[in-house]
Design a protein around this ligand. Structure first.
Ligand code: HEC
Length: 172
């Protein structure tokens, strides 16, 4: 019975291919290929999903926070404009946490001028939050990830440096 159904289903699938297929073997081959393609595609999707939730094995964050990064002027310039383009809306252009996007947020965006916060957090955590978002370290999901930075450890390192600089310049 089960076998019969399988044959029926295979036959139906084969006949539903646009081109006429001469032999059953070819049809099965095609089905296998289609199956592999689908399996591969869903495999990739579920992998990305896992990444989004747990954060990956942290290479970019380790590289960005190792201190061994030679932060170039280019990376610093990229980080400065990125901060204004992507971060200032919430964290404020000066990093005090009062950008226009902060009004409706709870918890509020972190005030980078707050020295207690500066002391409480490692460079690696800052890097991780920037690349993988607040949720990757149990913070608010409003702090959104920046997956494109996964391949740019130097820019991430420069962003971490920028956040640290704000703390150094504005002690209170
Ligand atoms: C949509 C608003 C929003 C944007 C845009 C945003 N953030 Fe945040 N960010 C937050 C919020 C809200 C928190 C506080 C999360 C919490 O305390 O749960 C936060 C927290 C942080 C923290 C503190 C993490 C910690 O471990 O305490 C850092 C660092 C940070 N953001 C950096 C950035 C950088 C850099 C950018 C730009 C690339 C950025 N954020 C863009 C909303 C935002």
């Amino acid at each position: 019975m089960g076998e019969h159904m399988t044959k029926l289903a295979l036959g139906y699938l084969c006949r539903s291919f646009p081109k006429r297929i001469s032999s059953g073997a070819k049809c099965v081959l095609r089905l296998v290929i289609v199956g592999l393609v689908i399996w591969n595609a869903t495999g990739v999707i579920s992998q990305t999903g896992t990444y989004a939730q747990t954060g990956p094995p942290t290479t970019v964050t380790m590289m960005a926070s190792s201190g061994a990064q030679d932060i170039s002027q280019d990376a610093r310039a990229a980080a400065r404009s990125m901060f204004i383009e992507r971060c200032a809306v919430c964290h404020g252009p000066n990093g005090d946490g009062t950008g226009p996007g902060a009004a409706n947020l709870n918890p509020k965006p972190t005030n980078f001028r707050n020295l207690r916060w500066q002391r409480s957090v490692t460079d690696e955590t800052i890097a991780k939050v920037i690349v993988y978002g607040g949720q990757s370290v149990g913070l608010s999901a409003s702090m959104s990830p920046n997956p494109d930075l996964e391949t740019q450890p130097k820019v991430v390192a420069a962003l971490v440096e920028h956040v640290r600089q704000i703390g150094k310049k504005h002690r209170r």
